[in-house]
Design a protein around this ligand. Structure first.
Ligand SMILES: NC(=O)c1ccc[n+]([C@@H]2O[C@H](COP(=O)([O-])OP(=O)(O)OC[C@H]3O[C@@H](n4cnc5c(N)ncnc54)[C@H](O)[C@@H]3O)[C@@H](O)[C@H]2O)c1
Length: 346
């Protein structure tokens, strides 16, 4: 259609649309949501980043000191215009303009968190203080990945969020368990005192690709042992139970919690309960029927039973896990075989 130009001339040929301004792709282009993920180079964090990056309106910044995480976990995003990776230790302050903070930074495996227990406490306490300070300064919503370890060796079963726990304050695991308990306290104090928007997830055992091989966690141990053809070492008595949540379910739960209206704490985990012997037998059956199962000594303060009550997550987040252990283990096997250079025998 002819258009009347401001100088009064008629233009009968429609003009093609203008090419977007180069500014659109420059630092002046504002995405809808800028998200900081601390600990984003780790196991759960990197899967969370993958999911967040699927949304083209998200810009994701990862801050990680690479203690247990690796750049390898994020390699597909390095160089992407909506992604930034910062080598940063959360025990030091950080100032970035963000709308949301997923605060995951903290080693999760006992081997790593016991390696330098004072550093683990600092990461949980000073690190969480720093991230809350950032949230306060820039008005961001912050989510903490707390843990089922806040229930310690529980005296109620299954554990719901109203249970206050049975935790040893001076044991070798206390740097992690008590560290996370203080982190939760800080979250709620900042919420009450400063009105910060908080979300607290209590994560139960999670498994999946990119877990550290040989990190001492039971699923990765068994799978690495089965893939290498070594005996599966069950810690005595073997009747202690755990529940295992596949990482894609966990990430879905964390995002729902962040996007929803509830502060938590909310348990996120899979209520399917297995004894360690049952888990070893399942790994043996699915991955390597030729390996033996042997019993070894247990570590101090190892909880006897762990199973989440996820009523709250179901009701408030509309969330429940979808991936069954028998379906998740083979996905992890593929990743471990690749990293251990042990292809399947046909
Ligand atoms: N995996 C589980 O089963 C599980 C269970 C309960 C809670 N959690 C929690 O979920 C979060 C992620 O666990 P994960 O399994 O991915 O562990 P992970 O060890 O794979 O990842 C932790 C990440 O935090 C980084 N990190 C550690 N200390 C840091 C510091 N001081 N500054 C900056 N970065 C630091 C590590 O380098 C790593 O990338 C942790 O907060 C953990 O406590 C995990």
């Amino acid at each position: 259609m002819a258009k009347q130009a401001s100088n009064g001339e008629n233009h009968s040929v429609a003009k093609p649309p203008p090419t977007p301004s180069p500014l659109r792709f420059s630092k002046f282009f504002q995405p809808n949501m800028r998200i900081l993920v601390t600990g984003g180079a780790g196991f759960i964090g990197s899967h969370l980043v993958d999911k967040l990056m699927e949304n083209e309106k998200n810009e994701v910044i990862v801050a990680d000191n690479f203690f247990t995480g690796t750049k390898e976990n994020l390699k597909k995003w390095i160089g992407h215009p909506r992604f930034e990776l910062i080598r940063h230790d959360v025990t030091e302050p950080l100032l970035v303009e963000v709308d949301q903070i997923y605060h995951l930074a903290c080693p999760a495996s006992p081997i790593f968190y016991k390696y330098n227990p004072v550093k683990t406490i600092k990461t949980n306490v000073i690190g969480t203080l720093n991230m809350l300070g950032l949230a306060k300064r820039v008005g961001a919503r912050i989510l903490l990945t707390s843990t089922s370890e806040v229930y310690g060796d529980p005296l109620v079963h299954p554990q719901d969020e109203s249970y206050w726990g049975n935790v040893n304050p001076i044991g070798v695991r206390s740097c992690y368990d008590e560290g996370k308990r203080v982190a939760e306290t800080l979250m709620f104090d900042y919420h009450r005192q400063h009105g910060i928007e908080i979300r607290v997830a209590r994560i139960f055992n999670t498994y999946g690709p990119r877990m550290n091989i040989d990190d001492g966690r039971v699923v990765s141990n068994f799978i690495a042992q089965a893939v290498r053809g070594e005996p599966l070492t069950v810690q005595a008595p073997g009747t202690q139970t755990r529940s295992f949540c596949y990482v894609s379910d966990m990430v879905d739960g964390l995002i729902r919690l962040m996007e929803g209206e509830n502060t938590g704490p909310i348990n996120i985990g899979n209520p399917g309960e297995f004894t360690m012997i049952e888990l070893a037998e399942t790994v043996k059956e699915l991955i390597n029927p030729d390996v033996e199962i042997t019993m070894v000594e247990n570590t101090p303060d190892d909880p006897r039973q762990r199973k989440p009550d996820i009523t709250k997550a179901k009701e408030l987040l509309g969330w429940e896990p979808k991936v069954k252990l028998r379906n998740g283990l083979p996905l992890m096997e593929d990743d471990f075989r690749l990293r251990l250079d042990k292809p399947r025998k046909n």
